[in-house]
Design a protein around this ligand. Structure first.
Ligand code: ADP
Ligand code: ASP
Ligand code: MG
Length: 439
């Protein structure tokens, strides 16, 4: 039988009503056998996600040696969920054990992982499904990367006797034997890992929007839904801030050509977005597929006459960043200029000064300038390579909105155009580009 792996995000786990909607979705299709869940998210504007409550628990634990005051909030959330669901479950004992283990482990990752652990325990009980603890089946290597071979084997073995199973997302076991989490939003990766391990026919990612939208719905009202997206477009958009899906989640499924479908838990009848390998991707005729943006980059601009003829110039510049352990996002370059774009967090304080000093010593530039607080906006789409005038339209839209492009980088694949603008122009710029291409 074809199998579906379903990942449910924070809003889908937020309270008893949402979890009941999840149960209905799972039970409406017998192919939905393996479920991955997030920690309960926000129930309303201003509410706090359980994962954030847990990070506060860890803060309290570090300061006071135990986390009872902050953990009381986590306790309340789960007690009220179980009460709303009206299931037979001794949640108090599970919470007591969890609190004890948090205090004993004294680890930020372990503490943060308990939101997923607890919601998976509750979901398994609600569905009458097997609970499979991700710390027993998801493994990281010494370098922090997923140990795919070991993980896929362990998951296959664990599901062999299960009619239905629920996994907590977001964490696994590190090479040191301790619980380790992915980065924030990482339950999407866990879902992809399970989909790969069981060779699912589809990875359904259930969230609170009816698909991948052409831009962030918090920036533009009701943006157009993207019907289908290639893995590459997804990677570009999610990496650049479209955090409806974690940018790392395509890696496990890509190798096995498993499509991802984004669906809305609260409007399950809506079609959603399919994310497909390029071989199955059907362009819908639009020039631009989507737009996303991310703030807080630092651009180091280097000018030197005849830079292009100076052999090894770029290598020398990059060697400085390598020495300082700074990873690079983009390197737009011209004849006598090059820029290096880095995430500002990578290069805070004295590190920036060291890099500048290093570049001065290494290549003796005519000018070296630093721009901070830069946002990068990516306009993405396979359709861009075959239509003339895309960048002209993009820059016209920016000019009309009175936004200055501080940096431009067009990927060699012609899949994206990236512009750097001031942080405070980020949203305005996304909206301007959106309206230009989507009306
Ligand atoms: P979950 O808890 O289900 O994982 P997330 O909050 O991580 O949900 O992701 C869903 C949210 O992503 C949406 O509510 C929306 O506000 C935001 N979002 C940002 N960019 C986009 C986009 N391009 N398309 C859809 N949603 C987006
Ligand atoms: N609960 C985790 C977070 O808030 C992981 C996830 O939701 O995907 O980041
Ligand atoms: Mg998410």
């Amino acid at each position: 039988m074809t199998l579906k792996v379903c990942k449910f995000g924070g809003t889908s786990m937020a309270d008893g009503i949402a979890m009941t909607a999840v149960k209905k979705i799972i039970e409406s299709d017998e192919k939905r056998k393996f479920i991955v869940v997030s920690a309960p998210g926000k129930r309303f504007n201003g509410d706090i996600k359980v994962t954030d409550l847990l990070y506060s628990c860890y803060d309290e634990l570090s300061k006071k040696g135990d986390c009872s005051a902050a953990f009381a909030n986590v306790r309340k959330r789960f007690e009220s969920i179980v009460k709303e669901l009206n299931i037979e479950m001794d949640i108090t004992s599970v919470l007591d054990e969890t609190e004890k283990r948090i205090n004993a482990e004294k680890s930020s990752d372990f503490t943060a992982s308990r939101g997923e652990y607890l919601s998976a325990r509750v979901m398994a009980q609600l569905l009458g499904a097997k609970f499979i603890d991700s710390e027993d089946v998801v493994f990281f290597k010494e370098d922090g990367q997923l140990d795919g071979v070991k993980t896929y084997k362990a998951i296959s073995a664990a599901v062999a006797d299960a009619e239905k199973a629920v996994f907590p997302g977001f964490y696994g076991k590190g090479a040191n034997g301790k619980v380790k989490t992915f980065s924030r939003g990482g339950s999407d990766i866990s879902g992809a890992i399970v989909a790969r391990a069981v060779n699912a026919s589809v990875y359904e990612n259930w969230t609170d929007v009816s698909g991948f939208l052409a831009c962030d719905p918090r920036i533009v009202d009701n943006p157009k839904k993207i019907k289908n997206l290639s893995y590459k477009e997804l990677r570009e958009l999610s990496y650049m801030g479209a955090n409806v899906l974690h940018s790392e989640s395509i890696f496990p499924v890509r190798k096995a050509n498993i499509p991802i479908v984004i669906k809305n838990t609260f409007r399950p009848e809506d079609e959603g977005t399919a994310i497909l390998p390029i071989s199955q991707y059907k362009p819908d005729g639009t020039v631009v597929t989507g737009i996303a943006g991310k703030k807080n980059f630092t651009v180091i601009l280097i000018e030197k006459n005849h830079m292009n003829t100076e052999i090894g110039f770029i290598r020398k510049v990059l060697s400085v960043l390598e020495r300082e352990g700074v990873s690079i996002e983009h390197i737009p370059s011209g004849i006598d200029t090059m820029s290096v774009v880095v995430d500002s967090e990578e290069i805070q304080g004295y590190k920036l000064e060291q890099v500048i000093e290093g570049i001065r010593n290494e290549v003796d530039p005519d000018v070296i300038r630093v721009m901070e607080n830069v946002a990068l906006i990516a306009t993405v789409g396979h359709g861009m390579s075959s239509s003339i005038g895309t960048s002209a339209r993009l820059f016209k839209a920016m000019a009309e909105a009175n936004i200055n492009a501080k940096m431009i980088d067009q990927g060699s694949s012609e899949l994206n155009i990236i512009v750097g603008v001031k942080n405070e122009d980020c949203e305005k710029c996304i909206a301007a580009i959106y309206h230009e291409f989507f009306g």
